[in-house]
Write a protein that binds this ligand. Sequence first.
Ligand code: UDP
Ligand code: MG
Length: 335
Amino acid sequence: MTLRAAPSLDIVVPCYNEEEVLPETARQLTALLDSLLAAGNVTSAQVHFVDDGSRDRTWALIEQLHQADPRLCGIKLSRNRGHQNALMAGLGASTAAVVVSIDADLQDDPAIIADMVDAYRGGAEIVLGVRSDRGTDSAFKRLTGQGFYRFLKGMGVEIVYDHADYRLMSRRALNALAQYTETNLFLRALIPQLGFSVATVPYRRAERFAGESKYPLSKMLAFALDGLTSFSTRPLRLITLLGFLVSTVSFALGLWALSVAVFTTQGVPGWASTVVPIYLICGVQLLCIGIIGEYVGKIYFETKRRPRFIIDQMLGDDEVVVQSAKMSAIHTMAD
Ligand code: UDP
Ligand code: MG
């Protein structure tokens, strides 16, 4: 099998209040760039740190890092837009043949980027990092994390088990991704829809190097809900089924009450049999309206076609700026 030529590489790192880990992340990634270059795996390599509206010294650190090593570039978003949007900003600013996205906290082993590049050279357009074990996650995080994947899969969302946003994408895959202009981004379910050849690389997930998780339970739930309602209409079908079930049961109940009244002498309807169904049906209706509202809310935001992010400042070569201008043009053109 003939290998593809060594590609140029960009690494995109979304950062939200990551002052504690950033120097170490930069050190490890720089060492990795050097070793990839020395081994001839890549022709050139850069890192794009995307500051997602941090309130700590993250941007000041990125500026320092860029001054010390111009291969370390920076993008500063005008405010916090969330992990997925920060990632898209970095992907849009990259110009290399392949782009790897990785979290800032060193939980995803950077060493396997070499394997990802190998898989790309072997023909894959998309290479997913898949966690081989979650031993270092807290029991709570593990349970909610696994529940998250199982639930989404059960609801018909195409999602790769234990793959987060640690992945390599080729330029072809990135160009395809740029055609998706939706506001509610859930990249890990969007990427399989691109349909290119996908390879996976297993890795052990480490503990956060420093600092706290930026994904508390509330954000994780919101993320799961986004993933569900952006990719699946199965809840709507469940509502229909539920409605059908409740109606059938009520009808049977009605028949039963009628038969009691007609054929027996105990036909005094009780308080419970009148009031309880009223509450039940009210509850079911509220639930159904709520779920429908979720989708209506989505339609509302999609129709606005707002830009996903606004870039405040950039560090690095001019090319990056030009590319990014193109990227924002894609978003504003649709208005
Ligand atoms: N992050 C971001 N914007 C946010 C929240 C998180 O850019 O609003 C980044 C964060 O800096 C990190 C990555 O997304 O690089 C994943 O976040 P975190 O490690 O806190 O999530 P966890 O690993 O706990 O799920
Ligand atoms: Mg993390």
